[in-house]
Design a protein around this ligand. Structure first.
Ligand SMILES: [Zn+2]
Length: 251
């Protein structure tokens, strides 16, 4: 038991301060554990994944784009050669052997052109698919960004409300503590810092209202015989045990 003493009325008012401190801790806890925090963090992870997907889709699209340009160039080149060959054939006047070569060349070029045009078509299809994939990824990223903005707004509103409530209760607390015995407040703050924010508790029947341990043995008799202004600290948890006005424990 501490040797300090403080007016019994101050000790009882300390419980009001404790109640306000508990409320302040609850408000802070509520602000920290808003469901929006977890939801925003989850969306941040989704956004990172989508960003990677979008980058991958854009890379595929630009690769296919280059392939398409190459395929177009090849088709044009072979088509031009085929046209030149046809023109020479149409001009006539070629010797039999040259004519044979030109016909063979024209045939080969036609085959080559056909296969290049098939390839060109296939690249165009992939180009379309790649563009769609980019569009889809952009849409998903946009939807997630909108969801996130909504959650951020809700979180900020809730945090603002918590801040206001915290300020109000904090002002009440400052008023409640200002007229109390300085030594008592100092002891309360010290114990509260060590004991999970609970520095003072009412005597609960035969037990400490802080740790719920029953008062026993010599400690119990010391509490029972303590003067009203004696500051009693729990033997188990060190918290200030605030007694009601009249003696509660049988001696
Ligand atoms: Zn205790």
């Amino acid at each position: 038991m501490s040797a300090t003493s403080a007016p019994a009325a101050h000790q009882r008012r300390l419980l009001d301060v404790q109640a306000l401190d508990t409320r302040l801790a609850q408000i802070a806890h509520r602000a920290r554990s808003l469901p929006e925090h977890a939801a925003i963090a989850e969306l941040d992870r989704t956004e990172r994944t989508l960003r990677d997907e979008l980058t991958a889709a854009r890379t595929v699209a630009s690769d296919v784009e280059r392939e398409a340009v190459r395929a177009d160039t090849e088709v044009e080149q072979v088509r031009a050669r085929a046209e030149r060959t046809s023109a020479r054939l149409a001009a006539g006047g070629a010797a039999a052997k040259e004519l044979q070569q030109l016909l063979a060349e024209a045939e080969a070029l036609t085959r080559r052109l056909r296969s290049l045009e098939d390839a060109q078509l296939e690249v165009m299809e992939r180009q379309e698919a790649a563009a769609e994939a980019v569009e889809r990824a952009e849409e998903r990223a946009g939807a997630v960004a909108a969801d996130r903005a909504g959650l951020v707004a809700a979180r900020d509103t809730a945090l603002q409300a918590a801040r206001q409530e915290h300020e109000q209760v904090g002002a009440q607390r400052a008023g409640a503590v200002s007229s109390l015995d300085a030594g008592l407040v100092e002891l309360y703050e010290r114990v509260r810092a060590r004991q999970d924010g609970l520095g003072a508790a009412a005597l609960a029947g035969d037990a400490c209202g802080g740790c719920r341990m029953p008062l026993t043995g010599t400690f119990r008799s010391r509490v029972a015989s303590a003067g009203p202004d004696d500051v009693v600290q729990c033997e188990e948890c060190d918290r200030i045990i605030v007694r009601a006005g009249e003696p509660e424990l049988r001696r």
